[in-house]
Design a protein. Structure first.
Length: 316
């Protein structure tokens, strides 16, 4: 029997997936204390040896159906600044612009350059065949009944990502909460990932990120729905525990004033789920981990939980 080229490729892919071995990640809690609800004082660092693949999801909080009011306004009451840039940030100046890089029946992708930004890096970006550079935000909108709904934001100059599911219809456009870094994290005053270039392939939608150290990642958009936004991520190089491959950045003041207030995890795929309040987390081993909230927050109430799972040692 002779297999077609497509069938043979599918067989090879299935064999590669079967050979993948689960790998645990180490999660370290570097959260500091703050009274400011607009300050990223939460840093949850992920390390591991030999990880080539993972899944990253933004999931609706479990309490979403129980809330009637979505609080999304900024809260500077406990801060030493009242909006705009953080007072400790550098202020590099740019010409403000907004560019629609792609707009079709399914997707709208927009690049934005802000008047000031805390880093000077200008990263080349390619969307389909269109090339540009110097954006501080890349926004991915999914079209639903002709309406563009934002689900993904990537900050090229410092490597931060934000994800959210499509919003509950009761709550307008919904709201982001936590952000995360993906790739070789550099431990500066504020952690960053240095990106050399970004290429977005529209069909199927995938974000190719090349890092300045020569490695790369491909984040395939697996799902954008009212339940979740999910990325299927493959790294070009296996991770090493000496350098974090991801950091979740968020805010915690009190359990009811937080974008993340607890951590849920499984130490292995077969293990029972464990839960700890964020302040009690030190270091843990996780085959999958979810950073989120069980208690409704008075800050960014509908913001999603962020989960990392599917760690294994095979590329996809």
């Amino acid at each position: 029997m002779h297999l077609s080229t497509a069938a043979f490729a599918a067989l090879l892919l299935a064999s590669a997936h079967a050979m993948a071995a689960p790998v645990a990640a180490t999660v370290e809690n570097g959260t500091t204390t703050t009274a400011c609800a607009e300050e990223d004082n939460v840093s949850l660092t992920l390390r591991g040896d030999g990880i080539r693949h993972m899944r990253i999801e933004a999931l609706q909080p479990d309490y979403l159906d129980k809330i009637g009011n979505d609080v999304t306004a900024p809260d500077f009451s406990g801060c030493n600044f009242d909006g705009g840039a953080h007072p400790t940030d550098p202020a590099h100046r740019f010409k403000k612009r907004t560019v629609v890089l792609m707009d079709n029946a399914q997707w709208r992708i927009v690049g934005m350059t802000l008047p000031t930004f805390w880093r000077a890096q200008r990263v080349p970006v390619q969307v389909g065949t269109r090339k540009d550079s110097g954006f501080h935000l890349l926004q991915v909108f999914k079209k639903e009944n002709g309406k563009a709904l934002e689900a993904i934001v990537l900050y090229p100059s410092d490597g931060y990502w934000r994800l959210k599911p499509l919003p509950d219809p009761r709550f307008g456009d919904g709201v982001y909460g936590s952000s995360f870094l993906l790739g070789p994290v550099q431990a500066t005053a504020r952690p960053v990932v240095n990106i050399a270039s970004i290429r977005i392939v529209p069909r199927p939608l995938a974000i190719h990120v090349r890092f300045t150290d020569g490695g790369s990642a491909v984040a395939r958009v697996d799902e954008i729905s009212r339940t979740r936004t999910a990325l299927d991520v493959t790294l070009s190089r296996p991770t090493a525990s000496a350098q974090p491959f991801a950091v979740l950045r968020s805010m915690y003041v009190t359990p009811d004033n937080a974008d993340v207030s607890e951590v849920r995890w499984q130490a292995s795929p077969q293990a029972a789920q464990q839960v700890l309040p964020l302040p009690e987390v030190k270091t843990l081993q996780a085959a999958q981990v979810r950073f989120g909230r069980s208690l409704p927050s008075k800050h960014n109430t509908s913001a999603p939980d962020i989960a990392f799972s599917g760690f294994d040692d095979a590329a996809r």
